[in-house]
Design a protein around this ligand. Structure first.
Ligand SMILES: [Zn+2]
Length: 498
């Protein structure tokens, strides 16, 4: 009998290991309370964060080893903190960056980490202080040269004091060069005018993906010459669509991808970290091990960051459905503007905003993938979603640039009608867009879903006004905020029935 038990053990063990391996090891949630300057985050497995204060621009970088992330988020802030970015920097590290506003700094000794449990952390930041550039503390590296650069002639102006990068809506920049610099510690991307980029670890490509919107690739750009001693094993550069350039950067073993920095409006630098950090920290931040006591910050008591309405307790699932994807670009408008990218950007932000308010938001597609209408509906049904919100952009003939505006559709039922009106009004309040009304239509995703469902046409890619706005990241963010607010208002008002 004993022998039998022993025989059984390995299989039990493998089941256990399998379920452990199936656990995602990811960042489950995070939120930043700007009133208290407190960041709170939760992982599904224990983590020991590492943190540093880094210059140019001044930022606190918090790495979570062994933790992955479902989607990158950039959340603009006010006052001394410019923005919070959450992204994945390699196959197993999630990075949270708290970037200070230009001209601000903080005392790294005053950054206080507290692990209520190994999976639940809070970080209290001191109020950032304004500094005159001449009053920078001694010992800090000169602001205009990378610290361990001994040979390069590349001059890197400080970000301090620079105006924020201009929104380049409508203007397409040309990427003129992609090259290694500073002894292979930076990959520089040069453009002929202001560019912004987003970046994230792409597990499917096993590479770091840099996406540059409103950009075109100059003909001669080939990327850096690589050899066996290069920090990179590959750089793939492609024109994703008529207005988007994508770089896929593969580091060689032992090389860590660092931050993507905006050195000036036209120059981006991806930091490559061989063994020691490229930019020495201004100050190290001590992170104590987690306490193993009861959580001090149960999720229900953590303060909510923004003025978005609270949702009553209970599991609420919202299916957010970005239209089209993959080979189906959706509507194509002025300057080749594509519906699928705009609606993805807005949808991701809606989902992230909802999650920060304690609502489970699930995207029907998470990447630029091809998805029929039927699986979108099936997913919502399988998840028992409480609401289904499909996000699209409209189009009409290219000869009608005069047609612009917002339309919100539902199929039938008082709940869907209320949801449509609530979201529609929230958008009209929060966003500068023409009102083309709440309408009914027999769209598949509206007819076949059993929960309240709406389809939002956020604007016309063929519209003279809308096309410019829709390609602007700030406008996309405003639209996402307004949609999320409408969804939360509806949930709040209808909580007794949901
Ligand atoms: Zn569409």
């Amino acid at each position: 009998m004993r022998f039998r038990w022993l025989l059984l053990l390995p299989s039990l063990l493998s089941v256990f290991l399998f379920s452990a391996a199936a656990q995602a090891r990811e960042l489950l949630s995070w939120r930043f309370d700007s009133n208290q300057n407190r960041l709170v985050f939760t992982t599904d497995v224990g983590v020991q964060p590492k943190a540093q204060l880094i210059a140019n621009p001044s930022r606190v970088v918090i790495d979570l080893p062994g933790i992955s992330l479902r989607r990158s988020v950039t959340q603009p802030q006010k006052g001394g903190i410019r923005e919070i970015r959450v992204g994945q920097i390699n196959a197993e590290t999630t990075r949270i960056v708290v970037e200070l506003a230009p001209g601000y700094t903080l005392d790294p000794q005053q950054v206080k980490f507290r692990g209520a449990t190994p999976t639940q952390w809070s970080v209290d930041f001191p109020t950032p202080q304004r500094v005159a550039p001449s009053l920078l503390p001694p010992g800090r590296p000169p602001a205009n040269t990378p610290s361990n650069d001994r040979s390069s002639s590349i001059s890197i102006p400080p970000l301090l004091g620079l105006p924020s990068p201009v929104s380049n809506s409508g203007q397409v920049a040309t990427i003129q060069a992609v090259e290694l610099a500073n002894n292979g510690t930076q990959l520089l991307i040069r453009a002929d005018r202001g560019v912004r980029a987003t970046s994230t670890w792409d597990p499917r490509e096993n590479a770091y993906r840099i996406t540059i919107p409103s950009a075109r690739l100059a003909d001669q750009v080939r990327g850096p010459q690589l050899n066996a001693s290069s920090p990179l094993s590959g750089v793939r550069i492609r024109q994703q669509d008529s207005r988007t350039v994508v770089l896929l950067v593969q580091p060689t073993t032992g090389v860590q991808i660092g931050e993507l920095n905006q050195l000036n409006e036209q120059l981006l630098a991806l930091q490559l970290q061989p063994s020691r950090p490229v930019i020495p920290p201004i100050g190290s931040i001590n992170v104590p091990p987690p306490l193993r006591t009861t959580p001090i910050l149960p999720p229900s008591q953590t303060p909510l960051p923004s003025s978005l309405p609270r949702v009553p307790n209970g599991r609420v699932v919202v299916m957010v459905d970005p239209g089209h994807g993959g080979p189906d670009p959706g509507a194509i408008g002025i300057g080749g503007l594509q519906e699928k990218g705009i609606v993805m950007s807005i949808s991701q932000q809606v989902a992230s905003l909802l999650e920060q308010q304690g609502v489970q938001a699930v995207l029907t597609r998470t990447g630029d993938s091809d998805l029929d209408l039927e699986p979108r509906v099936a997913m919502a049904e399988r998840m028992n979603a409480n609401l289904f919100v499909s996000i699209h952009a409209n189009a009409i003939s290219m000869s009608r640039p005069d047609i612009n505006g917002l339309e919100t559709y539902y199929y039938s039922g008082p709940s869907s009608g209320r949801l449509a009106k609530t979201i529609h009004n929230s958008i009209l309040q929060g966003v500068d867009v023409q009102d083309r009304g709440v309408r009914t239509a027999r769209f598949y995703v509206l007819r076949r879903t059993s929960m309240p469902s709406v389809l939002i046409e956020v604007g016309f890619v063929t519209g003279r006004d809308d096309a410019v706005k829709l390609s602007n990241p700030t406008y996309q963010n405003q639209m996402a905020q307004a949609i999320a607010r409408g969804i939360l208002q509806y949930l709040q008002q209808n909580s007794q029935t949901s």
